[in-house]
Design a protein around this ligand. Structure first.
Ligand code: GTP
Length: 299
């Protein structure tokens, strides 16, 4: 992603103003929240805060205020006059695939050193965004299960720690479901490993369909899945478990493969750590497996 700054010299581009492709005019605060929103979808809110703090710092050093700033955003390169800064917006493209760009227009001309300072600010910002994005990519690679696209065991461990921290700080409950497929080995044995993989992908997509937005599913490993659920009571947890079980039992593909699932559930209790909570759910799952599979039990 090119997040570089283009500084236009108003004296050289006067003929091009107003630019034909200039987009909607936005107020400074609108463009600020627009950029913040985009950074937030990239999970870079903190970086956005730092950037705007630095930009504001620059304004006050240069004796400018936000009212000296007019902003527009356009797709692709616009030929501009009186424009000093153009910031390509990450992740926003037009239908033709052109990247959107935020252009800051200043009502007053800036000196050379002020332009240099702005350029440096944006170069630094561009580097920070690039670094943060490669960190995010790396993080996704290490926390996602390649086969199903769900979070993997490491993703689950991190999410569980986060969820426990949240529950302890806000005294809000949540639940854990541990799900193990029944008779999965025979899919591999009778239909081959590739069909076994298809079953895992199918189960993952069933889970994603059945779960609510605030809930999250992970592939813990092999044919075992975990769900972190926004369920505070045994009744809510039982409802979620039976929704999952029903969707797996009603899938004609999984029925054909003779695959069902066993589920063990546990609700967060005060004093729980990750081990205690997981062990309760796992013990419940073990009981289900021992007593004939394809059922649900809460600890
Ligand atoms: N196709 C495929 N198979 C896998 C993968 N990971 C683990 N397995 C297989 O999954 C099987 C899991 O074993 P079990 O859970 O004991 O098999 P099961 O038939 O479900 O046994 P029950 O849980 O008692 O019903 C093993 O045969 C593993 O080789 C994978 O990524 N793809």
């Amino acid at each position: 992603m090119d997040f570089s700054t283009t500084i236009y010299d108003s004296t050289q581009h006067d003929n091009f103003y107003p630019p034909a492709s200039t987009g909607q005019a936005l107020s400074a605060s609108e463009i600020t929240s627009f950029i913040s929103e985009i950074l937030s979808t990239l999970e870079l809110e903190k970086l956005g805060e730092i950037y705007f703090r630095q930009l504001n710092g620059f304004f006050s050093l240069a004796g400018l205020s936000l009212s000296d700033l007019d902003t527009r955003w356009v797709y692709g390169n616009a030929k501009l006059s009186s424009t000093l800064v153009a910031i390509p917006l990450p992740g926003v493209t037009s239908q033709e695939g052109k990247q959107a760009t935020a252009h800051y227009y200043f009502a007053v001309p800036l000196s050379l050193s002020e332009r240099n300072a702005l350029e440096q600010l944006h170069e630094l910002f561009a580097k920070q965004v690039a670094q943060a994005q490669s960190f995010l990519r790396l993080h996704q690679m290490t926390t996602k299960d390649v086969l199903t696209g769900l979070g993997n065991r490491s993703g689950f461990d991190q999410a569980l720690i986060r969820q426990l921290g949240w529950a302890q700080r806000h005294e809000e409950g949540f639940s854990l479901l541990v799900i193990d497929l029944d008779n999965f080995k025979s899919v591999n044995d009778s239909h081959g490993h590739r069909e076994g993989d298809n079953v895992l992908v199918h189960v993952a997509s069933q889970l994603q369909q059945v779960l609510r937005d605030e809930d999250e599913a992970f592939r813990f490993g092999g044919d075992e899945f975990c769900c972190l659920l926004d369920c505070q009571t045994q009744f809510q947890l039982e409802c979620a478990a039976s929704r999952i079980q029903l969707s797996i039992n009603q899938s004609s593909y999984l029925r054909r493969m003779n695959v069902s699932c066993s589920l063990g559930g546990a609700i967060y209790r005060e004093g729980d750590d990750t081990g205690k909570l997981f062990d309760r759910a796992d013990a419940a799952l073990y009981k289900v497996k021992q007593s004939g599979k394809n059922s649900y039990l809460a600890a």
